[in-house]
Design a protein around this ligand. Structure first.
Ligand code: ASN
Length: 361
């Protein structure tokens, strides 16, 4: 199967016109580099302690949902941390952490995804890797348990970066990815949220995420390994009452997430239309490339978006040196990371709790 996908990659060798185009395009690519280029030697990085940081979605999480969200992000970060310690691979760690939240119905990703106006689940995900600026993304994914893994498969097993719709269906079939039934994916909470949305009517992009129970919980993770290689992943059901076929920020590179080993990695959450228009993940990394710390850059990005285009957002960031940024302009966002034998977590503005990891395991 793999071989047949590789076979699909067009060959540039031998075609003089394509070779000419390639030689013209190479200098152009340098002009398009997103961040100011810094010379970067991995020896400069020294040995870092690998780290994973997760979020469980920005929004107006009701008091009744707080403990479920905190438990979920803690579970997710522990799963990701264990994989990171075992394999040292940032992509494996991110996938493992996101799998946990995609399976929990308290999060708007995988099982528990919110519904379109037509009552369907259309999921989106992206995964990005800072070493080679590699990435994979999927949109309008249906009846899939782990959209984040599908995004990784697009990155690793196709010549493309982004698949959606009918082409994604073909890919799922060719790759023999197991399907899950709507009965499993669609939860009562998601149905209730849609019912409330329809009763009230209006614009799905206007009401604060979380005002309808079951609404909040896009999930994401960022990680750095011992050599300063970074990666990010984000997975979502989108927003309640969205049009069928609506594509949000989550699978769009530089919006729902981005990674560059020269700077760091970001995963975002919040109002997708505004995040896309503002290019939130890319802007946060640009702030870091211009000398801001991960925390300063994440705050500047989220606040900057809310001030400039309105609505709320949240983001988690890790730098290539293992510095952390967590910020949100929504009422709440659950987050967690593990460092120096402690699990650190929070959900309210200004929260920072920590517990001994051995008490959580
Ligand atoms: N809750 C979210 O983060 C929603 C997601 N950003 C979207 O608009 O699709």
């Amino acid at each position: 199967m793999l071989a047949s996908f590789r076979f699909l990659q067009p060959s540039l060798t031998g075609n003089p016109w394509l070779l000419r185009l390639q030689s013209l395009a190479t200098p152009l690519l340098f002009l398009l580099l997103p961040f100011p280029s810094r010379s970067f030697a991995s020896s400069e990085m020294g040995k870092l302690t690998p780290l994973i940081l997760v979020h469980g979605g920005a929004g107006d999480i009701p008091d009744s949902g707080v403990s479920e969200k905190i438990d979920g992000v803690k579970k997710a970060v522990v799963a990701g941390h264990k994989v990171l310690q075992k394999t040292g691979c940032v992509l494996d760690a991110i996938e493992a952490a996101i799998h946990v939240m995609e399976d929990l119905e308290g999060f708007n990703a995988g099982r528990g995804s919110v519904l379109t106006l037509t009552g369907e689940v259309e999921m989106e995900a992206s995964i990005t890797e800072g070493k080679d600026l590699n990435a994979g993304a999927v949109t309008l994914a249906k009846n899939i348990r782990h959209p984040i893994s599908l995004a990784r498969m697009v990155m690793e097993r196709t010549p493309h970066t982004f698949l959606g719709g009918a082409g994604l269906e073909d890919f799922i079939k060719r790759m023999d990815v197991p399907r899950v039934e709507d009965d499993w994916l669609v939860t009562d909470r998601a149905k209730f949220a849609l019912q409330k949305f329809i009763e009230k009517g209006g614009d799905p992009t206007m009401m604060e995420i979380g005002k309808r129970p079951g609404d909040v919980g896009t999930v994401g993770a960022v990680a750095v390994d011992a050599c300063g290689h970074v990666a990010s992943g984000t997975s979502t059901g989108g927003i309640t009452g969205k049009y069928k076929g609506r594509i949000g920020d989550t699978p769009i590179l530089g919006c729902g997430g981005y990674s560059d080993d020269e700077v760091g990695a970001v995963s975002t959450t919040g109002f997708g239309e505004q995040i896309m228009r503002f290019n939130l993940a890319g802007r946060i990394l640009n702030h870091m490339a211009n000398g801001k710390t991960a925390q300063e850059a994440t705050e500047l990005g989220c606040k900057g978006m809310t001030e400039r285009v309105g609505r709320s957002a949240g983001a988690i960031t890790v730098s290539n040196k293992g510095d952390i940024g967590v910020s949100f302009t929504s009422h709440r966002m659950a987050w967690a990371y593990i460092k120096d034998g402690h699990i650190h977590y929070g959900i309210n503005q200004g929260d920072h709790n920590s517990e001994l990891l051995e008490n959580v395991l």
